[in-house]
Design a protein around this ligand. Structure first.
Ligand code: ADP
Ligand code: MG
Length: 607
């Protein structure tokens, strides 16, 4: 060291200086680092600010964009509104034009309405002037209607009288012939040599000529029989019933009626009276079977006729008996073998009080009872051969009528009204006001007095109906036992007894009809139970229809001739004018009939 300076001091000083410099520098570094850190912080703050500013800027940009879209839509709406306004303006223009026209049109319409009104007013005036004339006409028509109603009542009465007259002119005994078709069984046990000449026993020898003639033609016989009606083999059950029907009207007019089938076994009696169909065909849900015979058809018709009468004025009772070996057997009884006797009632009618009599109100209940009776008949058959042809089957329908039928059909007329305060009129029914079940309302306007009169009259009629004597008329439907001539040789015991009773009863029937034909004073009704039981409905004023059933085949020739001959003799029966059953005559009757005649009534020609 040049100048003699202390080197270590120097270096020490130098070292100290450097150390202080270093210290200062460290301080500076620390200061700078602090500043740096602060600057970092500031930078981060600024960055966040920038980001926020950016977001705000972004938002402002999107806000600006939506504002533009909004502006566009507003613009569009405004233009639409402008268009609408334009259209409304046009419409308004039109409305204004229209509004200008309305008063004109209104005035026009008012004018037209006025003219129409005047027109109608004029028409109304002219119509009202016609009303009086029409009212007069209505009154006139009402009067005419009353006259016509009266006339109708009289015509009905007249028709009834004519019907009765016609029935009387036809005679009280009608005989019809029914030729059945040839059946398969007619050729049973055929033997070509049996006749002793060419021909078979099944060849047809009884021929239908026309609806009044039947002829029997064989080598020995050539005979024509004439009856009021002859049914051909092809004629249906309906044709037979067409002839029976008018008799039912007579029944309700107060006449007893009997319809009987006569003929040999197998000639068609049961077919004619009952029909050949099965039991199950009697079913209320089925239509009437076309094969139904007289019994179901007559019953059906009877109920139909009664329906036309005032309700409750007519009722029907049925009894079913067979006459077997001259005994009456009640087929509706639990003990068909019990004995029964005929008695003459206070009304002069014959009846068997011990025989079951059932009230019936429709055809099905009647047919159910008939079937029951037929079963009883079948079950109690004692002999080997067919029982049904060995006894006479009699179905009796008794019509019990409180109001005589001629009251019932007449409808109310003003003439009735005028007499409505008076008592019930005579039996000709002319003065009797009746309110039938099916009575129609009258077109006339009744005054309160008239209505009161009608009410009174109705009450009187009802009272009168209850007080009226009960009239009983009988419809007896008979399926006779086979009329074949039963040879007595070779027949023994019960069969002989049976044959003898059948022969006796059928010849008693022939005798009764013969006695009536000859107007004999004594008619031997009591010679057999059959004729005695049928006395009321075959003699006197009763209407009898004998249906002769005939087989056409050669093998039955003698039976057929006998049957046709029986019919021919019965046909000759002619009796004087008849009278129907009236309450007055019924009241006069008393005591048993001991003359053998059935004449409980007036006007008899049979005594
Ligand atoms: P009856 O009672 O007289 O003994 P039916 O009535 O039983 O005789 O008749 C004998 C048969 O002949 C039966 O099969 C019946 O169906 C038939 N018949 C009778 N008459 C006729 C007819 N007019 N038409 C068709 N078949 C009949
Ligand atoms: Mg029979």
């Amino acid at each position: 060291m040049p100048l003699g300076i202390d080197r270590s001091r120097f270096y020490a000083d130098k070292c100290r200086e450097l150390e202080s410099q270093s210290l200062r520098k460290d301080e500076r570094i620390a200061q700078l680092e602090t500043e740096n850190a602060m600057l970092y912080l500031k930078l981060a703050q600024l960055r966040a600010d920038v980001k926020e500013a950016k977001q705000e800027a972004c938002q402002s940009v999107s806000g600006l964009e939506s504002g533009a879209a909004f502006k566009a839509s507003v613009k569009e709406k405004a233009s639409k509104l402008r268009n609408d306004a334009q259209a409304i303006k046009i419409e308004l223009g039109k409305m204004r034009a229209l509004a200008k026209e309305i008063p004109v049109q209104f005035a026009h319409s008012v004018k037209r309405a006025n003219s129409v009104m005047h027109h109608h007013q004029a028409a109304l005036e002219s119509h009202s002037s016609n009303v009086t004339a029409l009212a007069d006409q209505v009154a006139q028509l009402q009067q005419n209607l009353d006259d016509v109603t009266d006339k109708l009542g009289r015509e009905k009465k007249r028709r009834q009288e004519l019907h009765n007259l016609l029935m009387e002119l036809r005679g009280n005994i009608r005989v019809h012939g029914r030729l059945r078709p040839l059946m398969e069984f007619d050729a049973d046990n055929e033997d070509v040599t049996s006749l002793g000449r060419p021909g078979t026993r099944s060849e047809v020898v009884v021929h239908f000529v026309d609806d009044e003639n039947i002829c029997v033609r064989t080598s020995k016989h050539n005979k024509v029989f004439e009856y009021e009606r002859v049914y051909s083999p092809t004629e249906k059950q309906e044709s037979v019933f067409d002839e029976v029907q008018p008799m039912l009207t007579s029944l309700l007019d107060g006449y007893n009626v009997c319809i009987m089938a006569y003929g040999q076994t197998g000639s068609g009696k049961t077919h004619t009276m009952l029909g050949s169909h099965r039991d199950e065909d009697y079913n209320p849900s089925h239509d009437p079977h076309p094969d139904e015979g007289v019994i179901p058809r007559a019953t059906r018709e009877l109920f139909r006729l009664i329906e036309e009468k005032p309700e409750g004025s007519h009722t029907i009772e049925v009894s079913i008996v067979e006459v077997y070996n001259n005994d009456i057997r009640d087929l509706l009884s639990r003990d068909p073998n019990a004995k029964h006797d005929l008695v003459t009632g206070g009304d002069g009618q014959l009846s068997i009080p011990t025989v079951t009599s059932k009230s019936v109100d429709n055809v099905y209940s009647v047919m159910t009872l008939v079937q029951y009776g037929l079963r009883t008949r079948q079950e109690s058959a004692t002999l080997v051969h067919e029982h049904s042809s060995r006894s006479h089957l009699i179905v009796t329908l008794t019509v019990v009528s409180r109001a005589p039928s001629f009251f019932a059909t007449k409808s109310l007329s003003s003439a009735d009204l005028s007499s409505s305060g008076s008592s019930i009129g005579g039996l000709d029914g002319r003065q009797t006001p009746t309110f039938g079940k099916k009575g129609r309302a009258q077109s006339q306007t009744w005054t309160p007095d008239q209505l009161q009169g009608m009410q009174l009259s109705l009450q009187q009629q009802q009272q009168s109906q209850q007080q009226q004597p009960v009239i009983r008329t009988k419809l007896q439907l008979v399926d006779l036992a086979g009329s074949e001539c039963v040879g007595m040789s070779g027949v023994k015991g019960a069969a002989l007894r049976e044959a003898s009773f059948i022969n006796k009863s059928l010849s008693a029937l022939a005798d009764v009809l013969g006695a009536l034909a000859e107007h004999r004073t004594h008619v031997p009704y009591r010679n057999s139970r059959l004729t005695h039981f049928l006395q009321d409905s075959i003699g006197g004023d009763a209407k009898l229809l004998v249906l002769l059933c005939v087989s056409p085949a050669q093998r039955y020739i003698s039976e057929s001739l006998q049957c046709l001959g029986f019919g021919q003799r019965a046909r000759q029966v002619q009796r004087g004018p008849t009278k129907r059953r009236l309450p007055s005559s019924a009241e006069k009757i008393s005591g048993p009939d001991n003359s053998g005649s059935n004449r409980p009534r007036t006007g008899s020609a049979s005594k």
